[in-house]
Structure formats: structure tokens, C-alpha cells
Design a protein around this ligand. Structure first.
Ligand SMILES: C[S@@+](CC[C@H](N)C(=O)[O-])C[C@H]1O[C@@H](n2cnc3c(N)ncnc32)[C@H](O)[C@@H]1O
Length: 310
């Protein structure tokens, strides 16, 4: 299975962001995401946030026609659902177009060629088999579909300085992903770009993010000034890719598909397949989904469909 040991069931991930210590990183990521998503057609489009956590970035993509939030952690999904229900408490119609699925990103319960847009932020560093996840992204995305990805950049300025002054052994320049502690992988941008190219993606834009991530700078000159500088840096100096985090926009090549699969009324029956036998043979009941082919049962726990393979 692709899930590394980092366990999001036993701690509240929302705390990671909500104590204001990472306000700068949150703002910097939103800046990049807004730039990448600018001009993307949202009407009638089927959007996936894979590794959505507690739905931190939901308001950046809330206008897409149908939204599917996928995560391995039921706890994070529950928090995402609560947050989004609260946010959309006056708009039940919109809420009915948003779906919550517990699943492993390396084995998605999603039909092939159906997603218009896929987003993954701060998730690939947790996978022990990122290749398997990228194969799934290629499979579920339609031709000309858009893929937005954030990954941790091993070739960042801090690592380069530490390596060249002998304070770090692992080279930030080789393409092999480097392991940080037990659970985190950092990637060389070229490794990710090559991997995407091999899978018929064309990278359209790439942004260096959280370029001033230093505790000292957060104290002085402070987050407001850092964000001002970050905005300029992201626009002018992203080519150097020195930031600890990289956001990119890519498009899956291939002939334009006929018709549009994404439409506002798209329901889970149009989207899901069985994670056990990979067949499009699910029978939907109120509280459970049964696979007519292999008999697997997937439970709906208060609006969260559990497609994790036991
Ligand atoms: C650092 S959080 C990022 C959450 C969110 N994208 C954000 O930026 O706020 C990583 C998330 O990836 C999820 N995750 C890790 N491995 C996964 C896997 N194999 N399949 C699905 N989700 C996974 C975790 O449960 C966690 O919610």
C-alpha cells in the first residue's frame, strides 16, 4: 500500500495550520495556487483534491461544478466535511455537488478518463510509491485535463548552502528522492518533471513557493512583508526553483475528448469504481455501496464513503 507511516488519525492536522505559525506558508501557497488556477474553466468541471486533509484549500477551488475530496485519513475527511458544511450552510444545492471519499491515492476508486482537474498539495512526500500515484492520476484524468501538483523541493537554496558548506551529506543536486526522517520524501524538480513527461503530461507553469521560510524572517520583517516579497519573488525568480516547495500546472496530452464528462449534476454513480476488483459495477444504496462483480462492500459513514482496502 502507498501510505507511509505518518498517521493523520492520531493528531489534529488542522492545528498544524491554525496556530498562525504557518500563516506565511499558507498565504504563499494560496498565491501560487491562485496564479495557476487563474483562467481555468470551472463551470461543469469535475475537480478532485487528492490528499485533501481537512479541506484547507477548499475556498480556492469551491467554484468547480463537482468536487471530490479524497484522503486516506477519515479524521481529516470528517474535519473537511464539517468545515465545508459550515461554509456552505446556506447553500445545500452546492453542498450536494461535493463528495468525500476515503481512499489510498495509489489505488483510487475512480473511473478512468473522468477528471477534468486534479489537485494534490503536500501529499506526495508521504507516498512510498509515488510512481503508482502518478499512474493513477494519468488514468483518471481526461485528455487535456489539468493536473496541479505541489511537492517538497530537495534542491532548495537552504539545502544547496548546507551541502556546499559541508553541513549536509546528501546532495540536493542528484535526482534521487531524498528521505527526511522516517516518513517524508523530498523531490528534485527535474525528477518530477521527467516523471510527468513520461506520462504524457506537459508542464505549463512552475512556481517556487515559501521562498522566505525562515522562523527569524517571520518575526522580522514579519508575515505581511514576507508575503509582499513572496509575491514578487514567485513572479520574477521562480525559474531558479530555490524554494522549499514547488507548485506546478500540467496538462495531459492526447486528442480532445468528445463531449464533457464533468457536469454540475454529476453524481457518485458516474465517478466511482470498486477498489477491490477495479470494475465499474457498483450498486449504490443509502448507507453502503456493493460491488456486483466481487461482492465488496463500501460503507457510507455520515457522508464519507470508505474505499480504503483493508
Ligand atoms: C500534509 S497533509 C496535506 C493536506 C492538504 N492537501 C493541505 O495542503 O492542507 C497530507 C494529507 O495526505 C493524506 N495522505 C497521505 N498519504 C495518503 C495516501 N496514500 N492516500 C490518500 N491520502 C494520503 C494524509 O492523510 C493527509 O491528510
Amino acid at each position: 500500500m502507498g501510505f507511509r507511516k505518518s498517521d493523520y488519525e492520531s493528531y489534529d492536522y488542522s492545528q498544524f495550520w491554525e496556530d498562525n505559525k504557518r500563516l506565511y506558508e499558507d498565504r504563499a501557497e494560496r498565491l501560487a495556487l491562485r496564479r495557476l488556477l487563474a483562467g481555468v474553466d470551472r463551470d461543469n468541471k469535475l475537480f478532485f483534491d487528492i490528499g485533501c486533509g481537512y479541506g484547507r484549500l477548499f475556498n480556492e477551488y469551491k467554484d468547480f461544478g463537482t468536487i471530490v475530496l479524497i484522503d486516506y485519513s477519515i479524521k481529516n475527511l470528517r474535519n473537511a466535511k464539517n468545515k465545508i458544511e459550515n461554509f456552505l450552510k446556506n447553500d445545500p444545492e452546492k453542498l450536494s455537488t461535493i463528495h468525500f471519499i476515503a481512499a489510498d491515492a495509489t489505488s483510487l476508486p475512480v473511473k478512468s478518463n473522468c477528471a477534468d482537474v486534479i489537485l494534490t498539495v503536500r501529499m506526495v512526500h508521504h507516498l512510498d510509491n509515488p510512481e503508482k500515484y502518478f499512474t493513477e492520476v494519468e488514468r483518471i484524468l481526461r485528455n487535456r485535463g489539468l493536473y496541479f501538483l505541489e511537492f517538497a523541493n530537495k534542491r532548495n537554496l537552504k539545502n544547496i548552502l548546507r551541502f556546499t558548506t559541508g553541513r549536509m551529506d546528501t546532495s540536493p543536486f542528484n535526482l534521487i528522492p531524498s528521505q527526511i526522517g522516517e516518513t517524508i520524501l523530498n523531490f528534485h524538480p527535474k525528477y518530477i518533471v521527467n516523471l510527468l513527461k513520461r506520462r504524457n503530461f506537459t508542464v505549463k507553469k512552475i512556481i517556487s513557493v515559501s521562498n522566505f521560510r525562515l522562523s527569524l524572517l517571520k518575526k522580522f520583517p514579519g508575515t505581511k512583508t514576507l508575503i509582499f516579497l513572496e509575491k514578487i519573488y514567485q513572479k520574477l525568480f521562480s525559474f531558479a526553483l530555490f524554494g522549499p516547495s514547488v507548485f506546478l500546472k500540467s496538462v495531459l496530452s492526447g486528442p480532445e475528448p468528445e463531449g464533457t464528462t464533468g457536469n454540475k449534476k454529476m453524481v457518485l454513480e458516474d465517478i466511482l469504481i470498486c477498489t477491490s476488483c477495479r470494475k465499474d459495477s457498483l450498486l449504490f444504496n443509502k448507507n453502503k455501496i456493493t460491488c456486483r462483480n466481487c461482492g465488496s462492500i463500501f460503507i457510507n459513514e455520515n457522508g464519507i464513503y470508505n474505499f480504503k482496502i483493508k
